[in-house]
Design a protein around this ligand. Sequence first.
Ligand code: FDA
Length: 305
Amino acid sequence: MLRQAFLSMSNSRELQNVALHNRAARRFALRFVAGETLAQASRAIADLNKMGIKATFDQLGENVNSVEAANAAADSYIQILDKIVSTGIDSNVSLKLTQMGLDVDEEVCFRNVCRICERAKELNNFVRLDMESSSYTDRTLDMFRRLWHEAGYRNVGVVLQSYLYRTERDVHEMNDLGARVRLCKGAYNESEEVAYPKKSDVDANYARLTRLLLTEGNYPGIATHDSRLIEYTKKFAAARGIAPEKFEFQMLYGVRREIQTDLVQQGYNTRVYVPYGKEWYSYFMRRLAERPANVMFVLSNVVKR
Ligand code: FDA
């Protein structure tokens, strides 16, 4: 219930305006967001790198509604790629297709993502297409296929979500291509028509898909903070003789930091998703939806004030 309420609120423009001007919400959001500028996010990544953690940059923003905004977002990603080189930090980039203009004009979106993949290729870097709600799954995978087959990029990967019934089929397709997949549970409000309503089923599917990705995939990103699934992944890989270099664990900035450093110390590749920018509202609401304790923390701070 609470999860659904927060996910519905994540789409509200009115609430976004209120939250962006609320100091307590902003302060708490900064637990999950590495600042509002590229320089701040780069420093946060340099600090993660010092602990042996790799990163992926995410410039916050989704659902742009003009070609100019989509082009500007793509320009920012090119700046990020250049910043990675000039600062020497260890990071790739993650982006949302709706930020690149998917809802405005698919050709604009394709050209924007091609520009980013091209720059990343020149710099020997990698671009991950985040996965948005299920209304975008087909269009995201279609765009990925165009980037892979038509434009020939191999430095691009996708995200698949274990809460969707369809995902096993998508995992097989990506494994056959040799494309890199990040596996997550899924962060949007979905109907029972397309997604498992029960968390236990989402988790069981996550374990099943992890097995497929580890045995048949190309350097999968196991993106979860779920200790049971992390332990399961380690045990399964060890039992099958799959070396730690063959996959990586991925987590979100500010979530379960102790596990991030433990994994590095145990010799596992670990990457943290580092979002930054002024458009933190929807991202932040999805993080609140994932954990009721986060909501209580924000509410108690607002009440205290
Ligand atoms: P689960 O929600 O079961 O949480 C397990 C435990 O982790 C909790 O008990 C709690 O202790 C801790 N935890 C989880 N979330 C927390 C939070 N917000 N605050 C504090 N503690 C928390 N989704 C999507 O739909 N498309 C995408 O492209 C991505 N990309 C992505 C990248 C990376 C690197 C990660 C880690 C996650 C995503 N996600 C995503 C989000 C993902 O789908 C999912 O919503 C969250 O990771 C939470 O699910 P867990 O797997 O962590 O399990």
